[in-house]
Design a protein around this ligand. Structure first.
Ligand code: NAP
Length: 299
């Protein structure tokens, strides 16, 4: 049986662990800090209404050994904390799939993965943790990875799991396209503490467009091929999402946890500074998110 370890079994990691375990083709270990007691996924349609899956749980990095696949799904700012898991789980034949947002997957995880190969991913899994191990899934899960041997093997791994995996020959564009969406929806839902209907407000939509447009300019200068009206498309898409959907940064804000702003709006500001592209809107919301994140962390 193929051995898989999921590090970071929250909303995304929980959906992926449960989906892979449900194939019966692999041994899935959930690497956790406290017990899950199984996984329950409430899906968006008949076929995925409710699935309860038992996964083997590991609590101590010192007790695990190298596996074939590591799926890393902590928040980006929790990556360094997950390093002891990666150190023990990664061997020469291991592939690490980075199921995190942003555009800096390889720089971040490469140095922690030892001899393993790292596969970056764009995650389209709209999911909310309702309780520990109980996840609400808003749409069919989709993941995009770069073409190549590792990508093709990941497609095969996910077969029959309910996760649709797409291969792309242009990962830079795929990752930046997602980031252009995230800089608007994550920041605005977290700062306003509101779900998707917040984008019906014209002034909020204008701010969302400005954030996405700055990110698009930085993306194009970074080599991404994105249409000129992307920011408009971002707002149009956010306005069609179910009213109850939000963003992982909103769930963190509501729960008083630290926010993943640095890998999103912060990444746009960093790349903009490097490329000489002004990003005043993203700088402003990064400052606000940083302040909110610190204050919520301390309370
Ligand atoms: N949720 C979404 O809708 C969504 C959609 C697309 C992309 N994403 C991206 O996917 C990534 C994961 O997001 P998420 O929403 O799934 O996050 P999440 O629900 O907060 O889950 C993160 C999990 O990582 C665990 N964790 C953190 N540090 C750990 C450590 N040292 N050892 C073991 N476990 C550790 C946390 O455990 P504890 O419970 O012990 O804190 C938590 O269960 C992020 O980059 C996010 O931006 C999320």
């Amino acid at each position: 049986m193929t051995r898989i370890a999921v590090v970071g079994v929250g909303a995304v990691g929980g959906v992926v662990a449960a989906s892979l375990a449900s194939t019966g083709r692999m041994e899935v270990a959930a690497c956790v800090r406290s017990p899950l007691g199984g996984l329950r996924i409430d899906g968006p349609d008949e076929g995925t209404r409710t699935a309860s899956v038992h996964v083997h749980e590991e609590f101590d990095p010192a007790r695990v050994s190298p596996v074939e696949w590591v799926l890393l799904a902590t928040k980006v700012h929790q990556t360094a904390g997950a390093a002891p898991w990666l150190e023990r789980l990664c061997g020469a034949g291991t592939r690490v799939v980075v199921l995190q947002n942003g555009v800096e997957h390889l720089q971040r995880v490469g140095p922690l993965a030892g001899p393993a190969r790292v596969l970056p991913a764009v995650v389209d899994i709209a999911a909310e943790s309702l309780r520990r191990g109980h996840i609400r899934l808003f749409d069919r899960p989709r993941i995009t990875v770069p073409e190549g041997e590792d990508g093709a093997d990941f497609v095969a791994l996910c077969q029959d799991s309910g996760i649709a995996v797409a291969l792309t020959g242009d990962f830079v564009t795929a990752a930046w396209a997602k980031l252009c969406l995230n800089v608007a929806n994550g920041a605005i839902t977290a700062l306003t503490m509101r779900r998707m209907p917040v984008f019906a407000h014209p002034r909020v939509a204008r701010l969302g467009r400005a954030l996405a447009e700055e990110a698009r300019r930085v993306a194009v200068a970074s080599g991404a091929r994105l249409p000129e009206d992307l920011a408009e498309q971002v707002i149009a898409r956010l306005r069609t999402l179910p009213a109850e959907s939000g963003s992982s940064m909103l769930w963190d804000r509501l729960a008083g946890r630290a926010l993943e702003y640095d890998a999103r709006n912060g990444a746009v500001v960093r790349a903009g500074a490097r490329l000489g592209i002004p990003t005043p809107y993203n700088e402003a919301v990064t400052a606000l998110l940083e302040a909110v994140s610190e204050r919520d962390d301390a309370t």
